[in-house]
Design a protein around this ligand. Structure first.
Ligand SMILES: [Zn+2]
Length: 89
């Protein structure tokens, strides 16, 4: 009788472990499926204005510069250089 109880407890233990492992596996796989959509930045195609030449450029194609005043976006490296030269002088 005691042996049956012990066997039952062992089976219950491994049964719960297996169920938890399966649940974890499905949770993990469902999270992985969500990452490609959720991880993508949503504002990549936002149009920003170049402060040097005044041109509008998509944010993902612009050249960015971070400073104490904030992040600036430029249409090209040339405009970024011009902006930085103007600031230092
Ligand atoms: Zn420009």
């Amino acid at each position: 009788m005691i042996l049956r109880i012990i066997l039952f407890l062992i089976f219950a233990y491994f049964g719960i472990k297996t169920i938890l492992a399966v649940v974890r596996y499905f949770k993990k796989s469902s999270q992985e499926n969500q990452i490609p959509g959720a991880g993508r930045p949503t504002i990549t195609n936002e149009m920003i204005q170049d402060p040097v030449c005044g041109m509008y450029v998509p944010m993902n194609e612009s050249v960015s510069h971070r400073s104490r005043q904030g992040t600036f976006y430029f249409c090209s490296e040339e405009c970024k250089k011009r902006f930085l030269d103007g600031k230092t002088h």
